[in-house]
Ligand binder design. Structure first.
Ligand code: PLP
Length: 455
């Protein structure tokens, strides 16, 4: 291939290479159709042929303040004029240090130490390994605590440790032979409730299930991993109020660490900065990624309590060091993007502006809920899920081969709205910076799409 052809390829070359050279994530490459985005501004993205779309799922749940936000752009440029990268292994840089301080200040009380990595999955791996090592090294060691407790249908990323604690059958079943042991409690799903359990008793029912497992196995459980309030990738499964708080109380009672995976729900998504705040919960370990850099650069953090941190302190010969790291952990450009992102929360009053948008989305969802084949609409903050079912009374799903929700998304895309489904669920998860007018346009396309494709 000549250089000229690579530096200035035609669109058809790009499409061809995109189909044949690039192996896309979670994508069947045999029938992949290129969707090539070249630019973006605010909540609008623009494809290679100049078509505009409203970014209805925040470039996969990570964009918060829109694309090309001047404050974040400037923060990265300023950092670029200093240094792009320096290692976190025995070294540091002031931007990452300041970010660590800021994260400690805004996260729930007790999380006073920050380990940086690159992605949500790595943030979870770090938490899993820290929990394991903690029990071996703390003053009163309990090395028999080696297994994990997680929620059925949980999703924590795609590396083997995070897949081990994950439980989405369709993604994870293939890799079963490679995974370590994880105990599971059923997802406290407020839509598909167990037979005979009334909505008002759901939380209590699931906390009892949890307590049974903890009572029986706590001596060997290192940590419980949970996506607070909402299990995102499982299909935006929403937990009953009180469950998170109950998990915190029970994990304390049975001396099991609590890992809160706020990768999807952190940074304002649920209406508060962190989902744990809704139930005044302080976990022992907290994982952050996706929205942390406003959807600009890969960066993640695992926050830990001082009790965990202290178990890793010692002389060199004691070998208590956490032997784990990622080359780009604490990357200054990523840290600058994260600092810029947090600045925008203050400058643009992001959280203060949310309630009006959340209410508007609720109003629109109420209309969508009346359409045929809409089994459930659920919402928390600026996360909305519309579940399409064959039969609403029995909640029977459509056969997945029919790609109902995907077809609604295709319909919306033809009308300038970019959204992505999860199975039979249409997801709306726009940047927090979305305008009410843009929200209306997304809802309009979804409503029309469901009316058309639902039948
Ligand atoms: C997306 C996600 C992850 C994985 O994050 P990556 O950055 O894709 O590795 C982990 N946990 C939750 C809850 C997520 O939604």
């Amino acid at each position: 291939m000549e250089n000229a052809a690579i530096s200035k390829p035609g669109l058809s070359d790009l499409y061809h290479w995109d189909r044949t050279l690039v192996w896309h994530a979670f994508t069947q490459m045999a029938d992949y159709e290129p969707f090539l985005i070249e630019s973006g501004k605010g909540c609008v993205i623009v494809d290679a042929e100049g078509r505009e779309y409203i970014d209805g799922v925040s470039s996969l749940w990570c964009n918060i303040h829109g694309h090309r936000h001047p404050t974040i752009d400037a923060a990265i440029r300023e950092q670029l004029d200093k240094i792009a990268h320096f290692t976190n292994l025995g070294g540091s840089n002031s931007t990452a240090i300041r970010l660590a301080k800021r994260l400690v200040d805004i996260t729930p009380e007790g999380l006073d130490h920050v380990f940086f990595s690159d992605d949500g999955a790595t943030a979870v791996e770090v938490a899993i390994k820290m929990a394991f090592q903690y029990w071996r090294q703390r003053p009163n060691p309990r090395p028999e605590k080696t297994c994990y407790l997680a929620i059925g249908d949980g999703y924590h990323g795609d590396t083997l440790g995070s897949v081990s604690v994950g439980g989405v059958e369709r993604f994870h079943a293939m890799f079963q032979p490679l995974l370590f042991e994880t105990l599971r409690v059923p997802a406290p799903d407020t839509y598909r409730t167990p037979p005979g359990v009334a909505k008002g008793d759901l939380c209590e029912y699931h906390l009892q299930k949890l307590e049974q497992i903890l009572a029986e196995h706590h001596h060997r459980i290192a940590a419980m991993v949970i996506e607070p309030l909402i299990q995102a990738a499982a299909g935006m499964i929403m937990h009953p109020p009180g469950y998170l708080r109950g998990v915190r109380e029970l994990t304390r009672k049975y001396d099991v660490l609590m890992i809160a995976d706020e990768v999807a729900v952190g940074f304002g998504r649920t209406g508060k900065m962190f989902a744990c705040e809704h139930e005044a919960v302080s976990p022992d370990l907290m994982c952050l990624a996706k929205g942390m850099t406003g959807g600009y650069l890969p960066m993640a953090a695992t926050l830990a309590t001082s009790e965990i941190w202290r178990a890793f302190l010692g002389t060199h010969v004691e070998s208590k060091t956490f032997y784990h790291g990622h080359t780009y952990g604490g990357n200054p450009l990523g840290a600058a993007a994260a600092m810029g992102t947090l600045d925008v929360f203050e400058q643009d009053h992001t959280l203060e502006n949310l309630p009006a948008k959340i209410t508007r989305l609720s109003d629109r969802l109420a209309r969508i809920a009346r359409l045929p084949h809409v089994g459930d609409v659920r919402q928390r903050g600026l996360i909305a899920a519309i579940e399409l079912v064959q039969d609403t009374a029995s909640k029977t799903p459509f056969p997945w081969e029919e790609r109902r929700a995907a077809r609604v998304c295709d319909f919306a895309r033809d009308r300038g709205i970019w959204i992505r489904p999860l199975g039979n669920i249409v997801v709306v998860m726009p940047p927090l910076a979305i305008s009410v007018e843009q929200l209306d346009r997304i809802a309009e396309a979804v409503e029309q799409g469901i009316a058309k494709i639902g039948d």
